[in-house]
Each structure stands twice: as C-alpha cells, then as structure tokens.
Design a protein around this ligand. Structure first.
Ligand SMILES: Cc1ncc(COP(=O)(O)O)c(C=O)c1O
Length: 390
C-alpha cells in the first residue's frame, strides 16, 4: 500500500497516488499498473446495472451478500475452477484483507496461535498483529508448505487456523501440490483447526493450470477459501468473497458487524454482477493473463541474463512475484540504499517472515510495469548486486 500527501491551498490531501521518485523503477509494487485498470468496462457495467431500476442495490444488503451476485459469481467460478461452486456457499467481503480481519475477530482471541507459511504475505502479518495473535511460521519448498514439518508442529501445538496462500504464493511464487492439499485437509479434520486459504492468485495462471483451489474442499467444514476481485478486476472495488461450509457461514452472517450494517458492498457487488453477466470479467481476466505472461517473461529472462550464479530463483507459473535467494550471509535490506542510488527498488525478504529472518531473499513484482521498464529494472538491480562482494 502506498499513499501520497499533497498540500493544495493549505488543505492536506492524502491520495492513493504513488509517491515514487520519477526515475525509480520500484519492483516492490504488488499491484496492477494503472493502464490495466478497466475504467471503460466498469463504466459499461455500472451503466448496465444502474438502468435496471432495482433500488435494492442501494438498500442494506442481505447478510450473506446479494444472491443474484452470488449466482453470477458462482457461475464464473465454476467455469474457472472446473467444478461446481454452490452460490449458497459464498459470502461477500470487502476484499481479502477485510475477510482476513473478520475471520481473525470471529474465530480467535488475543494470544491464540496461528500457523503461517514462511515466507508469507507481509501485510497479513499486520492484520494478525492487530488481533494480537501468536504467529508461528512453517517452512516451504517448491511444492508449498512442507506437510511433514506441519505434522511435527501439530504434535506439540494446535493452531486456531493455518493461513496459507496455496497457489502462486506471495512472495515465493510456489504452489501447494494436490497431494499436499488433500493431506492438509485431512490434518485439519484430525487436529481440529481451520484452513484459511488466501486464493487471490488462483485464477492468474500463465503457463499451466494449477491444482484445484482449496475451495474444492469446503465440505470438510474446516476450510475457508478467500477470493478477491483486486487482482482480476480492480483493487479499488474493495470486493471479494469467502467460500465455505454452511456451519462456518452461519458464524459470519450472525456477526455483530453484519447484523448491524447488513451484507457488505451491495452496490459494488451489483456492478460487478453486471461485469460478470456481460462477459467483461472473463475478457479482462484473459487480457490480464496475456499481459502478465509477457511481463513475467520479460523480468525473468532479464534476471537470468544479468544476475550472478550465486543468486537463484524459480520462475513462477502465475501470480505477481519472483522470489530471489542469495547466499546465507547476505542481508538484502542492506542493499536498499545502494539500489535507490541506482533508481531501482525491491521488497527485502525479512518483511515476509513473522520473525524478521529470511534476510537473504528479496521479492520482485512483474505486475506494475510494462516490459521495457521491467527489463531496465532487472538490469539496474543486477548491476547493484554484481558490485557486491558475494
Ligand atoms: C496474498 C495476498 N492476499 C491478499 C491481498 C490483498 O487482497 P485484497 O485487495 O482483496 O484485500 C494481496 C495483495 O497483494 C495478496 O498478495
């Protein structure tokens, strides 16, 4: 998240415009470039929605979210996931961040333990800190969370939930294998903990289809799958969904927040319903997949050509990120001032660990810039790295 503050006529205006020095290529930015935000499609969807003469889109919403929106969303997801999604298992959120915060407040108390992958989505750590949770990180390999290590941890401690980003993980880019997904569900049932699956990158596959999302396993009543329109349509919509078993759904819909304010985002979800029904969401997703594939290739081939052999990475098959591994003694945070002098930036590895370790890693995003800038950014970064004594 980046914000800028401007003073205009002595009035302080805080905006979401980026405050990056104009020459800098900031490869830490994990959001779509502004040219990818679908203004015209959403204008068309809003026009379609607002001319339906349905005042209910402006009334308090049904607790679970609008059923017509859920019908449209379930149809879209069923096609994308290749299995039938039941609209009754969907709950509208204001995005995954809000959904995560909501789940923490409903299912945990301060001091409770949760397990996360190490590395994990850095900004989720802030949500867990707000809820004063005790966060334990578990290691991953190229196939995602290492289940044997989870089993060992479960012998000593049961978390309230395990937070996982199973597909095209942020920041590591890896994907939890199908076998591990099944074993994870089995363990959650045996040990009685929830799986909170952040499936934000599930639909952004560029080279081959990933395993089915954790949403496939909701009959287990231990799985909560979180989805979002942030990466497939626009983050400013603040719209997402939870897919889960009716028992868990009941806890969401009877919460104080929902009873007081009604279901979340009835208006935005009505516009997105139109975007889905008009085929605009599907079109945008296909377009994004083409663009991101090109961007991923541009960044990764420039890295391969310019980085020293001591720095390694696995090329991701989807998502937003490439995760670089340095020799163990390197602290990438210390490279930042030098990188800034050369007008490039990145996210240091320690940011993605609950303990602040993983110092010998860094994360690069290929979502924000077009190919020439990604290539230039990779070359600048490699020049900084090649000047170091490792
Ligand atoms: C893993 C992960 N989860 C959640 C989010 C934020 O999702 P939302 O915009 O739906 O709150 C991001 C955004 O970068 C992310 O990478």
């Amino acid at each position: 998240m980046n914000r800028s503050t401007y003073i205009i006529d002595k009035i302080k205006i805080v905006t979401s415009n980026f405050d990056i020095p104009p020459e800098r290529i900031d490869l830490s930015i994990g959001q779509p470039g502004t040219s990818l935000l679908p203004l015209a499609a959403l204008a068309q969807a809003a026009q379609h929605c607002l001319t339906q003469k349905n005042p209910y889109i402006l009334a308090y919403g049904a607790e679970q979210g609008n059923g017509y929106f859920h019908e449209a969303l379930a149809g879209f997801l069923s096609e994308q996931y290749n299995f039938k999604v039941d609209p009754d298992q969907l709950f509208t959120t204001a995005g995954i961040s809000q959904g995560l915060d909501f789940i923490c407040r409903l299912f945990t108390r301060p001091g409770d333990t949760i397990f996360v992958e190490k590395p994990t989505y850095s900004l989720a750590l802030g949500i867990f800190a707000d809820c004063r949770l005790n966060v334990v990180g578990l290691p991953m390999d190229e196939d995602g969370l290492i289940i044997e290590v989870l089993e060992e941890a479960l012998a000593h401690q049961t978390p309230v939930f395990l937070y996982t980003i199973p597909t095209f993980q942020n920041p590591a880019g890896c994907t939890l294998s199908s076998a591990r997904r099944k074993k994870l569900v089995q363990l959650s049932q045996e040990h009685n903990f929830l799986i909170v699956a952040d499936e934000v990158y599930q639909l952004l596959a560029y080279t081959s289809a990933p395993p089915s999302p954790m949403a496939k396993y909701t009959e287990a009543a231990t799985v909560i799958s979180l989805g979002s329109f942030s990466k497939i349509l626009a983050p400013g919509l603040r719209l997402g969904w939870i897919q889960t078993h009716p028992d868990l759904m009941n806890r969401l819909t009877t919460s104080g927040l929902i009873i007081s304010g009604g279901g979340l985002n009835p208006f935005t979800s009505a516009i997105v319903q139109s975007a889905i029904e008009l085929g605009l969401q599907e079109k945008q997703l296909s377009y994004l997949k083409e663009v991101y594939l090109q961007r991923k290739n541009a960044l990764n081939s420039a890295l391969r050509m310019n980085l020293p052999e001591s720095v390694s990475f696995v090329e991701p098959g989807g998502g937003y990120f490439t995760w670089l591994q340095f020799p163990p003694h390197v602290d990438t945070e210390k490279l930042i001032p030098e990188a800034h002098k050369h007008d490039v930036s990145f996210a240091a590895g320690s940011f993605f660990s609950p303990q602040g370790d993983l110092k010998n890693y860094l994360r690069l995003s290929f979502a924000y810039y077009e190919e020439p800038k990604l290539k230039e950014g990779a070359e600048r970064l490699a020049a900084v790295i090649n000047r170091q004594p490792f």
